[in-house]
Unconditional design. Structure first.
Length: 679
């Protein structure tokens, strides 16, 4: 496994490094933050301000100024989106929206679902922000259009597209960009490097978009003395390597367009798992590789009707190795897993007069999973038919969006056939151009995943009580949810904007990990259906955009509970952030035309295990950025700093953990300097 992993890593790094060197610049695209176009929240192209269901947007400019290198980093700027990645000894990634986490939020690139890893985590920290035009975030159940994975919401990453050529422009144009950033932490003498580029070739009908990046942190090794093993060398700070390549070949004509794309991503990290106990110096190697290829397109049948869709195959490989370095106790434990999905989605859009936009579609997804934690490869098939209409009433001040989805999962590998119809109704009332009220109801439906049904996960990394075995459960039944959302948005004389939102989700047969034998060693756990659960909360945000000054701030409250039959009471669900605050500000200095930007986020403590009083520390992070553009804005040079407060926070964890210790963060501020060149 190690030799195979090294070869795979070496090839992708060599290929990505080769691509990053000659790539020059960004495609010529329309950079208009005043009219960001949404193409996937209702599957109808329109200004996001016209969306019936609230859609938040993160622009490429906001992404750059926040210092984000991945989609996971960029999403952290939203108060209502909780993103967690590798903490100490944990390389999994998760996104929580409205109190619903991994497996309940659908992540897409240009409308195509990305593959998740075997544990169910979403690889948002493996998707670079290079070539992203904007990110759309839709909160609340939208299972009519997106299926069972969207009970908590949906996130769509929209990539940049080249400009269409007029009849007079027959020549082929070449454009692109090159980004180089170097980061350094003076306190620990650790460094990192990020290199990325994109190359666009645009003709009259045919165009090609190629992007690639390499993000490398060598980590810092430390040597310690151990009574059993003598001298031990381990990574005090995590070593990380991320390489990513994506290519898209597109043909555009008067009838529509068709595109063929492929991507390859490789993520590797080594981190110290624990710094105490007999296994001091032990480390975890976490390796994931993604491959994807697909075809998408759009065919126009006139001014009122068109069809679009995609078909895509997705592969995901996950390898983990845990190395214990403690003399006679030394050991190495490895697991290998893989998943393969094939998804096809076709939709027809009919604009009937000036008041109706009708969407009818079908989706099919064939999934399989295998590995050392499975007895044999398992398969699952989910199919769906769906329809939705957007109706404009009362001089377009009132919009009604009804919809329904029919899901069918046929019996495969001994599983039962599952069928469900889920309705949706969204309302929007805009008495003036400055005010909007939104109200929506959506029913969610989530079929148990192959992991939840068949996985046998042996958590034998930690000593003593940290050991447990988690068993899948083939008898799980699908989850059902009822989601209610309400919101008010107001623009006050174009001086500032604010929004106020509230939600309530009621889940029946929630799938959760339950301890079935606490006295055994290792402890026995199993996926089971919890009778009922609920999440509720709200969010407030405010923003102001002046000529040279921009400010944005938000607060989100989240509560999540399940009904415990033994105690006949509602208990808190674990791993939810109750209070979350985000803020950012930007100012452009006159004459110098230099932009200063700061951003901050704070998360309150989290309950780690239901029915206990074990909490994590809270989390506070402050960053800043100074940038200036030259040569008609073709060259941007910037310097920035992350972790300016050096892991300062307010509350330690129940066992005395600090923010730095629990989240596996580096000591001191990370300084970074970079440049982005457009051609």
């Amino acid at each position: 496994m190690i030799q195979h992993g090294f070869s795979r890593q070496f090839l992708v790094l060599l290929f990505s490094a080769f691509l990053c060197l000659p790539l020059f610049a960004q495609s010529e695209y329309e950079d208009d933050e005043e009219a960001v176009i949404s193409v996937n929240s209702t599957r109808i192209s329109q200004d996001v301000s016209e969306e019936v269901q609230k859609t938040e947007v993160i622009t490429d400019e906001e992404i750059r100024k926040s210092g984000s290198k991945t989609v996971g980093d960029a999403l952290k700027s939203l108060p209502g989106v909780m993103v967690s990645n590798a903490s100490a000894g944990n390389a999994n990634e998760s996104i929580t929206m409205q109190g619903l986490g991994t497996g309940y939020v659908k992540i897409m690139i240009d409308g195509v679902t990305i593959a998740t890893d075997i544990s169910g985590s979403t690889p948002v920290f493996q998707i670079p922000v290079e070539n992203i035009d904007h990110i759309e975030v839709i909160k609340g159940a939208d299972s009519v259009l997106y299926g069972s994975e969207a009970m908590g919401g949906a996130i769509n990453v929209v990539t940049k597209q080249g400009t269409e050529k007029s009849d007079e422009e027959k020549k082929v144009s070449v454009s692109g960009n090159l980004t180089e950033e170097f980061g350094f932490s003076p306190s620990i003498k650790d460094w990192k490097n990020f290199a990325a580029g994109s190359l666009f070739v645009n003709g009259t009908n045919l165009s090609n978009a190629l992007i690639a990046c390499l993000d490398y942190t060598p980590g810092k090794e430390k040597t310690t003395a151990d009574a059993l093993a003598g001298s031990i060398t381990y990574y005090e700070n995590t070593k990380k390597i991320l390489a990513f390549v994506r290519d898209t070949l597109t043909w555009k004509d008067s009838w529509g367009n068709i595109a063929l794309y492929g991507l390859y991503g490789d993520s590797y990290q080594v981190s110290n798992f624990t710094k105490t106990g007999y296994d001091k110096g032990s480390d975890m190697e976490y390796r994931s590789t993604r491959g994807e290829a697909g075809l998408n397109g759009k065919y126009i049948f006139g001014d009122s009707f068109y069809i679009d869709g995609f078909t895509a195959g997705k592969l995901y490989f996950l390898d983990t190795t845990y190395n214990v370095k403690a003399g006679s106790y030394s050991s190495s434990k490895s697991t290998e897993s893989d998943s393969a999905d094939w998804e096809t989605d076709v939709r027809g859009h009919w604009k009937k007069g000036d008041f109706n936009d009708i969407t009818i579609g079908a989706n099919a997804n064939l999934a399989s999973i295998d590995g050392t934690s499975f007895e044999e490869r398992k398969y699952a098939l989910e199919t769906a038919l769906f329809a939705q209409d957007s109706i404009l009433l009362f001089d377009e001040k009132f919009t009604v969006v009804p919809g329904v989805r029919f899901d069918l999962s046929p019996a495969i590998d001994g599983s039962e056939t599952n069928f469900m119809a889920t309705p949706k109704l969204s309302l929007k009332y805009s008495p003036t151009e400055q005010t909007a009220f939104r109200l929506s109801y959506g029913m969610g439906y989530k079929i148990p995943s192959l992991r939840e049904k068949y996985w046998v996960f042996k958590h034998n990394y930690a000593p003593e009580s940290g050991n447990f075995i988690l068993y899948g459960n083939a008898d799980l039944v699908p989850e059902k949810s009822h989601s209610f959302n309400a919101g008010w948005e107001q623009n006050v004389n174009d001086i500032f904007k604010f929004s106020l939102e509230g939600y309530f989700n009621y889940i029946i047969d929630l799938i959760d990990s339950v301890v079935t034998d606490a006295t055994s060693s290792p402890q026995i756990r199993e996926y089971q259906n919890v009778d009922k659960a609920m999440t509720y909360g709200g969010e407030f945000s405010v923003s102001s955009d002046w000529d040279r000054f921009k400010i944005k701030a938000g607060y989100a409250y989240t509560a999540a509970k399940f009904y415990d039959e033994e105690s006949d009471s509602w208990e808190d669900l674990a791993l939810r952030v109750t209070h979350r605050v985000t803020a950012s500000a930007e100012y452009t200095i006159p004459v110098l035309e230099t932009t200063l930007a700061v951003n901050v986020q704070w998360n309150s403590k989290q309950l780690l295990s239901a029915g206990t009083d074990y909490y994590t520390p809270d989390y506070l992070m402050l960053g800043a950025d100074i940038s200036k553009k030259f040569w008609d804005e073709k060259l941007e040079v910037y310097v920035g700093a992350n972790n300016i407060l050096n892991n300062l926070h307010f509350k330690k964890g129940t066992n005395g953990e600090t923010q730095k210790d629990y989240y596996g963060l580096n000591e001191g501020t990370l300084l970074r300097v970079g440049a982005k060149l457009k051609f």
